[in-house]
Design a protein around this ligand. Structure first.
Ligand code: FUB
Length: 324
């Protein structure tokens, strides 16, 4: 199959979080922009300043760009770099979750509230208490309980939060090999008003088939960034990027808080340094949203694409048409 076309090409978009609200498919991506900042491991080249929201009534139909939903200039705590966002609906309101560096350069996660899925969103003046690192992803369960997953290594600073406090000197100490368990993504239960975390932040355990936590040296399977959670047939599928190996993989659990057991790979590396995704059911079919750099050839100018996903007889996830 030919590589799919980006869903839009008038802007560069990345890190797509897709949700169905009011029978429409909404996509909440990062809005990549041209800068003259050189690529580095810190991710300084991803210097985004606002978010646009997109929607479609049908797959393959027109995609509407609803314009700017939130800008860095309207959030008092943001210093720079508005990275991968997500959105949730509850209590008749819509919530946009987004990471950015604060004025001290520490990544935090903010929330902004709107009355429509496409925004505009009014930001809370402070980041979510207890939040840190990047790549927020929300999941609202059938009983109304809502969860916020987050975390990303390297530029995303998760390695600085091993103790629960920000330790700047730990920035370079990314685990690479040896006996230690891999750094784990984080999850917090969202408060009823969706603007805070209750009960503290927990590690999301990702285990192998023998029940052992994945090792730091297990680069093909260990967590790096880009967490996502969806539910299928009563089971919780936690998917993520393996970062320096650039796979999108998933693990399955019985609870949204984990633990999850590694289950397989969804997508091979895409063109470009990062990979990031979401998974959504729309009109009876399942879709993977992801990005690559096929339009620009530049790591920081990405484009969102989508592909259909299917489950096999054992409820394992795979692309409907294999990656070419
Ligand atoms: O878009 C900036 C960062 O690149 C995201 O937060 C990561 O997931 C990676 O895609």
């Amino acid at each position: 199959m030919a590589d799919p076309k980006p869903i839009v090409d008038h802007l560069f978009t990345a890190d797509p979080s897709a949700h169905v609200f009011n029978n429409k498919l909404y996509v909440y991506p990062s809005h990549d922009r041209e800068t003259d900042i050189a690529d580095n491991d810190n991710g300084d080249q991803y210097d985004m300043t606002d978010y646009h929201v997109f929607s479609m009534d049908s797959v393959g139909g027109p995609v509407t760009d609803h314009g700017i939903a939130l800008s860095a200039s309207s959030v008092p705590w943001v210093g720079k770099q508005m990275w991968a966002p997500d959105a949730a609906a509850k209590n008749g309101k819509y919530y946009l979750y987004y990471p950015a560096r604060d004025k001290e350069g520490v990544f935090r996660i903010g929330v902004a509230v709107g009355s429509k899925p496409e925004g505009p969103f009014e930001p809370d003046p402070e980041p979510i208490k207890g939040s840190y690192s990047i790549d927020p992803a929300t999941f609202v369960d059938e009983d109304g309980s809502a969860y916020l997953y987050f975390g990303g290594i390297w530029g995303g600073q998760l390695q600085c939060w091993r103790t629960g406090e920000f330790v700047k000197s730990a920035y370079e100490s990314m685990e690479a090999s040896g006996d230690e368990a891999a750094l784990l993504p984080r999850v917090g239960k969202l408060t009823e008003d969706m603007r805070g975390i209750e009960g503290g932040v927990k590690e999301v355990e990702i285990r192998d088939a023998e029940g052992k936590l994945l090792h730091a040296s297990d680069h093909d399977r260990r967590f790096f960034e880009a967490a996502w959670l969806h539910k299928y047939k009563g089971k919780y599928y936690f998917s993520y990027s393996t970062g320096d190996t650039h796979f999108l993989v998933y693990a399955i659990g019985e609870s949204p808080m984990g633990p999850f057991t590694y289950a397989g790979r969804i997508l091979e590396p895409v063109q470009g340094w990062t990979t990031h995704h979401s998974i959504v059911e729309f009109k009876g079919k399942w879709y993977l949203f992801y990005h690559d750099t096929s339009l620009s050839g530049k790591n920081h100018l990405r484009s969102v694409k989508m592909r259909e996903l299917v489950y096999d007889a054992e409820d394992k996830l795979k692309l409907a048409v294999p990656q070419s």
